[in-house]
Design a protein around this ligand. Sequence first.
Ligand code: ARG
Length: 460
Amino acid sequence: QTNASWGGRFAEATDAFVAEFTASIGFDARLYRHDIEGSIAHATMLAKCNVITEQEQQAIVDGLKAVQSDIENGDMQWSVALEDVHMNVEAALTAKIGTVGKKLHTGRSRNDQIATDIRLYLRDEIDHLASELTRLQAALIELAQTEANTIMPGFTHLQTAQPVTFGHHLLAWNEMLQRDYERIIDCRKRVNIMPLGAAALAGTTYPIDRTITAELLGFDRPSENSLDSVSDRDFAIEFTQVGALIMMHLSRMSEELVLWASAQFDFIDLPDRFCTGSSIMPQKKNPDVPELVRGKTGRVYGHLMSLLTLMKSQPLAYNKDNQEDKEPLFDTIDTLAGSLRAFADMVPHIKAKKDSMYQAAAKGYSTATDLADYLVKKGLPFRDAHEVVGESVAFGIEQSKDLAELTLAQLQQFSDLIEQDVFDVLTLEGSVAARDHLGGTAPNQVLAACLRAQQTLKAR
Ligand code: ARG
């Protein structure tokens, strides 16, 4: 049996495998709510433009709502023979309300319909992801406030560099997510344009009013060009780019959490309920959540490349290739939603092991730059100061002592500019407090930055 929606010109039934192969219902059924929302708006517009009668519109709208209830009550039989969500919904509508259901598709094609559905769906998902980003940012800022005075080593090349505050480190993560939030909101602007009315590719001969449907569906405006409308998937690529950056950021945070939770670093404790054990090693508590998020980053990078390649060299206008946009897009959304949720739930329960962080910062000559700056303030050119401190560090390594543990006499071997007050700058507290300017790691700067970041969230 050929497909009822387009079988007219066919002499033989679709090959059973081809029907299976070309169907998208297996993955596009999740668009049903937005498909129905779009159809209700379309029917409403058709009635306003006198293409269908008001009674017909009423019957269609009631019927679509009934189909939606059926789907939500688990009473819908999705059929592969009907290919996709659009034709499944339309067939269910016609089964319910009879012939008038067949008028719904007047002046519309599945090409503009699917483009509309994805945009409506993605718009909702972007709103959800944006609120999850906000939730995670709020958690980071709150933890940063609590840990504004907590000293830890800052790293470059993963070698101890200079002491920083844990709060400052957490706010660095917040900055990454702040940019992601701005990007996702910017992406939403280009998602929120309505393709409906482009029909198959050239527009339609009915006297439609696209501004009515755009307004009913909350789109900013109808799209400009019908050919572009049905073929454009830039918005999906752009969203996946934003998603790739979010995952890249989460993977960096994950990597640090995994390192810090190890016995070797011992900087943090992750809550038991976000970790799992080993079936063989009874002592183990593994940081699975950050590890898995780090791993999932690869899927989203892959989806970005899939979508870019999907669109490469496609001639105008719609091509069946575009059906392949859904699985990468949906998996990107699901991966982001899961990863952000896991992080937003976990971050408030990260426990800083302050002593251990402090001890780590005290090792590794993290205040060497402070000693150099001290000498510069006493009149030595920076290059010479660098040399003096380098020699002091070498001496310390030889003696197995940190700079603050050397005696004044030992330090004075390297420069007679060094006096008793040197010990103020060699302390970790002195070192972080001295970086007291906008963007610096000093605790009071961290607290001020937390307040600004909270204001930014409040303004959303
Ligand atoms: N399932 C199709 C897709 O995802 C809907 C549009 C089909 N249009 C067509 N002319 N075959 O793109």
